[in-house]
Design a protein around this ligand. Structure first.
Ligand code: P6P
Length: 357
């Protein structure tokens, strides 16, 4: 892919284009469109997809921000379960519907996969446009925190389809290794609402300014600290972790690292992206293959973290982005964050693991 992008001396990450000087507001839309000009093959579809997700995020944000005021908290009517077997929260269902609606309106993708839907969703062509992309997402990760007003997030991944563009999308369009992602990102609905994404040329964050209804560039070229003082794991499962994980967690305590665990992966990963640290979800008795979903949680967040200079592997020491998916909703263990901390965990696993790696 030829590009006119220049690499900055300090980090070697391609900086897509020179930004205007001073503190001029750069909106997400402007940034996406300007970035597109640096991709020779860009057809505007990817630009359209990212803008669709930005619109859906603003709509979801509006409802998340008033969740306590209107009757959309609590378990969805009929207390249906989603593909993960979790009770669907009403805001989960709402967020899922809005993302699907926004993506169907533009027709920039040919199919969708969601944590909330067992099967893929075909997107009919708009104006007989043949789309080359598929989108998958967790519409509202950490939604069990909604009722207690803790941050939740949307996670998304975009791939180029592999199937014949003249026919319907297939599940194989989604069963691609994370390294094939064209773009990945998340929206964190927290003390402020921030959209963070990458198209494989660095990571940038955009904070929603409610006064103008725009996501504005606030975190330019985000870089993961090489080390950190935080580890993020559900300590309640400690006694159920394998020996190597318990030894590493003991080491974190010996090193006087602070334990920070919000129970909302997007929140924990965002903190680590800014402050450094490591997030762990190893295998447990309840989730022997790990709890988190490979395709729409681990892969997109791993692309973001790697693009920012971090590392992400499963507890069998395989790079998450190299895992070949077999099922749409398959789970994975994960250890993700500052490169030196992930390397340190790797050493513990190699030293104490009883299982052949
Ligand atoms: P546990 C939320 O349900 C989630 O998928 C992630 O956002 C979060 O990191 C994890 O599960 C929390 O799981 O088992 O610690 O409650």
């Amino acid at each position: 892919m030829a590009t006119s992008a220049k690499k900055t001396p300090e980090n070697g990450i391609a900086v897509p284009f020179a930004l205007p000087g001073g503190n001029r507001i750069v909106t997400l839309d402007e940034f996406i469109i300007r970035s597109e000009k640096d991709f020779d093959y860009a057809t505007g579809e990817l630009t359209g997809l990212l803008r669709d997700i930005g619109v859906a995020a603003k709509i979801i944000n509006r409802e998340v921000n008033k969740a306590g005021l209107v009757n959309i908290i609590g378990v969805a009517d009929g207390s249906s379960d989603n593909a993960s077997g979790d009770k669907q929260q009403k805001l989960d269902v709402y967020a899922n519907e809005k993302l699907i609606e926004c993506l169907k309106n533009s027709g920039e993708c040919c199919a969708i996969a969601s944590e909330e839907n067992d099967d893929i969703i075909q997107v009919p062509p708009v104006n007989s446009k043949k789309s080359h992309y598929v989108v998958m997402f967790d519409p509202l990760d950490g939604s069990s925190n909604i009722d207690v007003n803790i941050s939740v997030g949307t996670i998304f991944a975009i791939y180029r389809r592999k199937s014949d563009p003249t026919g319907p999308a297939t599940v194989d369009d989604f069963l691609q290794a994370g390294s094939k992602q064209v773009a990945a990102g998340y929206v964190l609905y927290g003390t402020s609402t921030i959209l963070v994404y990458t198209t494989g040329r660095g990571v940038n964050g955009f904070t929603l300014d409610p006064s103008i209804g725009e996501f504005c560039l606030s975190h330019r070229n985000m870089r993961m600290p090489e080390d950190g003082q935080f580890y993020s794991v559900n300590q309640g499962y400690y006694s159920k972790f394998d020996l190597e994980m318990r030894r590493y967690i003991d080491n974190c305590s010996d090193e006087n690292y602070s334990l920070r665990y919000i129970g909302s992966m997007v929140s924990d990963i965002h903190r680590i992206l800014i402050q450094g640290g490591i997030f762990l979800y190893p295998s447990t008795r309840k989730y022997p293959k790990g709890k988190l979903r490979l395709l729409y949680e681990c892969n997109p967040l791993s692309m973001i973290v790697e693009q920012a200079g971090g590392k992400s592997m499963n507890t069998q020491l395989k790079r998450i982005l190299d895992v070949d998916p077999k099922e749409l909703h398959q789970r994975s263990t994960i250890a993700i964050g500052s490169p030196n901390m992930v390397d340190e965990l790797k050493a513990f696993i190699e030293r104490y693991s009883a299982l052949p790696l």
